[in-house]
Design a protein. Structure first.
Length: 380
């Protein structure tokens, strides 16, 4: 973000909006994309999402001002809205609940790898410019989209394997008849899915805020090089997740609970954000420790947080349920970078920016105490 802001001569608030507009677009498109993927198939949405995010990322290379850059971010937001719910729904089609957290954890390794590369590679390619760095990191998306088109399948029965029994996937909702479970109106009325959405909002707020402003904070306050600041941010937003996402999903499967890890994630994330701004100037190791804690906390709970709505709603509407919680949650990612940038513009204090968002993240974690556990808790 620092390279882009300096090149395009953006204010902190405008820099925050480059991230926030992605989440605004996601908020608008999540629900229709989830509904459409449940009706017309998840695979095609995953393929098109990869194409759109790749095109949007590469298009930023030719931008020279704020508004064109915003348009590229909108394209990325549409692509991302087509990706999350359909992907998790595809996994739910292939894996029973006792293995779903583990499967989501494997899937998240690629997500965290992409986030980590987004922070790690551009600083290392400083001498070539951020535009070349984006081209190198984004262009493989075309190849990945082609691989998904050729090798992935929506359901096991497409390759002659038995499909999972939808009735066995909805134990907590036994009081609902099958028709009610499959109606979108039931998803909208589910208190548990709304709470999950607010939890996602907290997680997105913390993660997008850290991704947007931790490199700048480390560079401007602690005097670290942009390369080292990017490396530290990469640990928080992606590097650790590459290692910890699979154990996080596996733990939620083994303890047969999703909510405890979800609560722990946002508490660790919020406390670590607050801890970052209270590090003594030049305390490199403390910054690294808090960055590691953010990465560990997020990667432990996100597999459970994605499996939760899919299990709560059932296979036939899993894409819609996941995307509904993501639509609610994307509001957190929408406002967080912008609010943190605006608070800095007003108060000229990183402490205020990180403290406000960190406390909000912690509160969103505690909301999960009000939700009911999924049927994963009933599995033997």
């Amino acid at each position: 973000m620092t390279f882009v802001m300096e090149d395009l001569q953006l204010t902190y608030a405008q820099g925050g909006w480059l991230l926030s507009c992605v989440f605004l677009t996601m908020t608008i498109f999540f629900i229709p994309c989830g509904l459409a993927s449940d009706r017309w198939g998840r695979k095609i949405f995953v393929v098109f999402s990869l194409l759109l995010t790749t095109i949007g990322s590469i298009s930023l290379i030719w931008c020279s001002s704020f508004l064109p850059a915003m348009l590229t971010r909108i394209v990325i937001g549409i692509g991302y809205a087509m990706y999350v719910g359909p992907s998790v729904a595809m996994l739910a089609n292939w894996f029973p609940s006792r293995q779903l957290g583990f499967a989501v954890g494997i899937w998240l390794v690629g997500y965290f790898l992409g986030m980590g590369l987004g922070e790690l590679i551009p600083p290392l390619l400083k001498e070539f410019g951020w535009r070349n760095a984006i081209w190198i990191t984004a262009s493989p998306g075309f190849i990945i989209a082609l691989l998904c088109l050729i090798f992935t399948k929506d359901r096991p029965d497409e390759v002659g394997l038995p499909s999972l029994d939808i009735n066995s996937q909805n134990t907590p909702s036994q009081n609902l008849n099958e028709r009610e479970k499959l109606e979108w109106s039931w998803i909208l009325k589910s208190k548990d899915l709304w709470i999950c959405g607010l939890w996602v909002a907290g997680a997105y707020a913390g993660l997008s805020g850290v991704a947007a402003w931790l490199p700048t904070f480390a560079n401007r306050v602690h005097g670290l090089s942009l390369e080292l600041s990017g490396l530290i941010s990469g640990l928080a937003t992606g590097g650790v997740g590459i290692i910890m996402a699979i154990p996080g999903g596996l733990i939620s499967d083994r303890i047969k609970r999703r909510l405890p890890l979800m609560i722990l994630t946002n508490v660790i994330l919020g406390i670590s954000m607050i801890g970052i701004v209270y590090c003594d100037v030049g305390s490199l190791w403390l910054l690294i420790i808090f960055a590691l804690l953010i990465g560990i906390g997020v990667s432990l709970g996100v597999p459970a947080g994605l499996a939760y709505p899919a299990e709560r709603a059932g296979l036939e509407v899993a894409g819609s349920a996941v995307n509904m919680t993501e639509a609610i949650g994307s509001i957190g990612g929408l406002v967080s970078p912008w609010i943190m940038g605006l608070l800095f513009d007003i108060y000229h204090s990183w402490t205020v920016s990180f403290l406000v968002v960190g406390l909000a993240v912690i509160m969103s974690g505690f909301l999960c105490f009000l939700a009911k556990e999924t049927h994963c808790a009933y599995l033997r």
